[in-house]
Design a binder for this molecule. Structure first.
Ligand code: TMP
Length: 259
């Protein structure tokens, strides 16, 4: 079989050419980075878990009418997606103060915000994804006013839905990051949700103990990353009892065979 063409390699995923025009294959790696890739590591089995978690959330979002790039999961680490023109903006939605917001404004982590806060960062690794305002977006033409309206609207819908989804399984949704892309139909385009939603780009705290069930375990050297991601998958009903070991066994098997 001909080797498929790699389109792009990011920090946590690889994109390959898809089977039909307008599609891509999104491959989830175990690589983890933090602080703009200054810290690097691997979380064994993360790619498998994020593939499943993201599939689950994107499927539920599509059911409530949020358009996404997700078509279907292909295997343990890959999903078929629609090719989009990525809008170079990271959309951060916050319900509770944590991370860079707490640091910047001196607000204690865990403080409930009086309203949902949306922040934008310019997606540029070399610049360290600087925070930007609507004015920057309009000034440099990264997205139109209409697109930004749709993006903010979808971000709020995703937040409302995910807050409920996670609350139902004893998890507090602190904050998360979304990315959007354009799909074209002739000269018209529309914005859909792209990238992934997983513990890599969300802060998820146990509702009772405040234990962190996300990538902060890696960022802050807390340990137990795989267990935390597995716990999220398990509570979402994606890991039948005993499947945790099955995933790790498969990983060991895969590594032994060098695939
Ligand atoms: P922050 O507090 O570091 O700004 O992060 C806010 C949220 O966005 C957090 O859930 C992690 C996520 N995030 C990413 O997914 N990618 C990034 O590059 C950054 C900086 C944050």
């Amino acid at each position: 079989m001909a080797r498929r063409r790699q389109i792009y390699e990011g920090k946590a995923k690889i994109l390959y050419e898809g089977p039909e025009p307008g599609t891509l294959i999104q491959y989830f790696k175990d690589d983890a980075t933090a602080f703009n890739a200054q810290k690097k590591g691997t979380i064994s089995g993360k790619g498998v878990l994020n593939n499943r978690i993201s599939e689950h959330i994107f499927t539920l979002l599509a059911q409530i009418g949020v358009p996404t790039h997700f078509i279907r999961r292909l295997n343990m680490r890959e999903q078929l997606i629609r090719q989009v023109e990525i809008i170079p903006i990271e959309v951060i939605v916050r319900n509770v103060a944590a991370g860079s917001l707490s640091k910047k404004l001196g607000i204690e982590e865990g403080t409930q915000l009086p309203r949902t806060l949306i922040e934008y960062c310019y997606k540029d690794d070399a610049l360290g994804d600087p925070m930007i305002s609507d004015e920057h977006i309009a000034c440099f033409g990264w997205a139109s006013q209409e697109e930004m309206h749709d993006i903010a609207d979808m971000a709020i819908r995703v937040n409302d839905f995910m807050c409920g989804l996670f609350a139902g399984i004893g998890i507090r949704l602190i904050d998360f990051k979304l990315e959007f892309g354009r799909i074209w139909d002739g000269e018209f385009s529309r914005v859909i949700l792209a990238d992934e939603i997983s513990p890599d780009g969300c802060r998820l705290w146990d509702a009772v103990t405040n234990e962190k069930l996300d990538k902060d375990r890696f960022r802050r050297d807390l340990g137990g990353e795989v267990e935390a991601y597995q716990e999220v998958a398990r509570r979402l009903g994606l890991l039948p009892e005993g499947a945790e070991n099955a995933i790790l066994d498969m990983e060991t098997h895969r590594k032994k065979r060098g695939i």
